[in-house]
Design a protein around this ligand. Structure first.
Ligand code: NAP
Length: 490
């Protein structure tokens, strides 16, 4: 199947998704001279999660000096952790600067992708029935693009507005309302402090508490921005030092690590100092090792939870009726509005797209025990197909943009290799993929994520499918260049 054949010099490449990863891949490929590039995006513009998540206070919890492309460093970020509008504007400016607009096909949702064994091309079909053919397909759909709304009993009977935080309904006036917030994760912790002040009452339904670190979010002054602009070395140092500080946190993620134990003590002290009521302190104290769930950053969460009009139901939400939400402990909260801050369908990668590879093999079936790919990028049985931010490439401690850039570079080089070697189909060897996943799972077992907490990194069987369990520099090293011997020859 991989016999050398004439391959067209400028192959047609499809990128599905125009978030941080899709844009990174498009820039890499355009820079390398690939012109037949189409970026399909189901939304009406670029931005991915930064287009979708418009809830009050949406911001990144990684400083933007690192949560941005290495090749496109900005000096005018307004704060250390700028908000969603600034990040979205950054992505749009990248699209403009690298002249990607002509490659865009917005409002096109891909329903299926089928590999053609005779022509080595992928046939893409949209939800509207249109079909397109491309030699290479790069899925850049992200891990957090499908909001998860739990189907609680009575959910549909609620009379008032109810929406997910990732699809914020800006039409709903929250002033003087009784608001039930279900979930207390990374999104809730950002918007609850901003809406609590205007609500009559607000109740957070917490299923389990989180470890929380104080967020310091200094404004970047005009003179500092000017200095960064004038002296590139300062920019490089700011990014490098931010990287090193974050990378050192990797030590926390080893099961039973002394650093994790010490950090837990520090965070417990932080919580104890800030929460006056013993009962609330107990409710907010996690019973799992730091890092098992994402460590959250906030400067005003604890203060907000102690406001007179705010309460926490520590037993989660159990039941919804037309006018209230009842917790697992039977305590009822009369509500005018429900906001689900319940995260995303993170485990089912690429769902609901139906992807058929060699021999009609369905990717979702190959992945029924948990998604797997070699380096999170290529999958055996699925030639000429690549993933960005795929299985086991999420980070708990550092910027995901580092991983995405490494993947985009790897994919560009893999396509260049297929071209230079006149390989019509490029496919990772099954034994290579198996071995690399055995290693990933061996290390994943040693991390706190496999411990006794509910997190979005593992599937029902407890297999960690989202996170990369080793240092980020090791991933960068392993993906610096595709190894030719990793791919099938014939
Ligand atoms: P999340 O952190 O996973 O929080 C989801 C919350 O919903 C949790 O409190 C969870 O409880 C609760 N929940 C889920 N299913 C539930 C159910 N059936 N009943 C009751 N409660 C339920 O989700 P998120 O806030 O959307 O954030 C997801 C990820 O997005 C983050 O980890 C982060 O990677 C990213 N994010 C980043 C930022 C940022 O600052 N850059 C901001 C937002 C999101 P349990 O904890 O008990 O599972």
């Amino acid at each position: 199947m991989q016999e050398n054949q004439q391959v067209e010099s400028d192959p047609s490449i499809a990128i599905i998704g125009a978030g941080f990863s899709g844009i990174a891949a498009a820039i890499q490929l355009r820079k390398a001279g690939f012109a037949k590039l189409t970026i399909y995006e189901k939304g009406d513009g670029p931005g991915g999660v930064w287009r979708d998540n418009t809830y009050p206070g949406a911001a990144c919890d990684i400083p933007s000096s690192l949560y941005s492309y290495s090749f496109e460093q900005r000096t005018d970020w307004s704060k250390k952790f700028p908000g969603q509008p600034e990040i979205l504007a950054y992505l749009k400016s990248c699209v403009e600067k690298y002249e990607l607009a002509p490659h865009f096909r917005p409002r096109v949702e891909i329903a299926s992708a089928t590999y053609g064994e005779s022509d080595h091309e992928w046939q893409l079909r949209t939800v509207d029935g249109e079909t397109m053919h491309h030699r290479f397909v790069i899925f850049a759909c992200g891990q957090l693009n499908r909001p998860l709304t739990p189907d609680l009993p009575g959910h549909r009977t609620f009379h008032g507005p109810a929406f997910h935080s990732a699809r914020w309904n800006h039409e709903v006036d929250l002033r003087r309302k009784r608001i039930a917030v279900i979930g207390n994760g990374a999104s809730a912790i950002q918007f609850v402090p901003l809406i609590a002040g205007e609500a009559t009452e607000l109740c957070v339904f917490q299923r389990s508490p989180n470890w929380i670190i104080r967020k310091r979010d200094p404004v970047v002054s005009g003179s500092e921005q000017a200095r960064l602009q004038r002296f590139p070395v300062l920019r490089i140092w700011r990014r490098l030092s931010t990287y090193l500080v974050h990378e050192s946190r990797f030590l926390l993620f080893r099961k039973g690590s002394p650093a994790g134990w010490l950090y837990g003590k520090y965070l417990r002290r932080h919580l104890n100092r800030r929460i006056q009521s013993e009962e609330l302190r107990g409710d907010l104290t996690p019973d799992f090792q730091v890092g098992c769930k994402r460590i959250l950053l906030s400067g005003d969460w604890f203060k907000t939870l102690q406001k007179d009009n705010v309460r926490v139901n520590p037993s989660g939400a159990a039941l919804i009726d037309p006018s209230s939400v009842t917790g697992g402990n039977g305590v009822r909260f009369e509500a005018d509005v429900i906001i689900f801050a319940t995260g995303f369908e993170s485990i089912d990668f690429l769902a609901p797209i139906s992807i058929r590879g060699r021999g009609g093999q369905l990717l979702s079936e190959s992945w029924q025990d948990g998604a797997e790919a070699h380096l999170g990028i290529t999958v055996a049985g699925f030639p000429n197909l690549f993933l960005l931010y795929g299985p086991n490439t999420n980070l708990g401690h550092n910027s995901i943009i580092l991983m995405i850039e490494a993947q985009a570079r790897y994919i560009r080089q893999a396509i260049e290799y297929a071209q230079s070697a006149s390989l019509p189909a490029l496919e990772v060897r099954p034994d290579i993929m198996r071995r690399s996943n055995q290693t990933v799972q061996k290390y994943a077992d040693k991390t706190v994520w496999s411990g006794a907490c509910q997190n979005w990194y593992k599937n029902a069987a407890g297999k960690i499918v989202n996170n990369w369990p080793r240092s980020s520099w090791r991933y960068l090293w392993q993906t610096r260049k595709p190894r030719k011997s990793d791919f099938l020859r014939d």
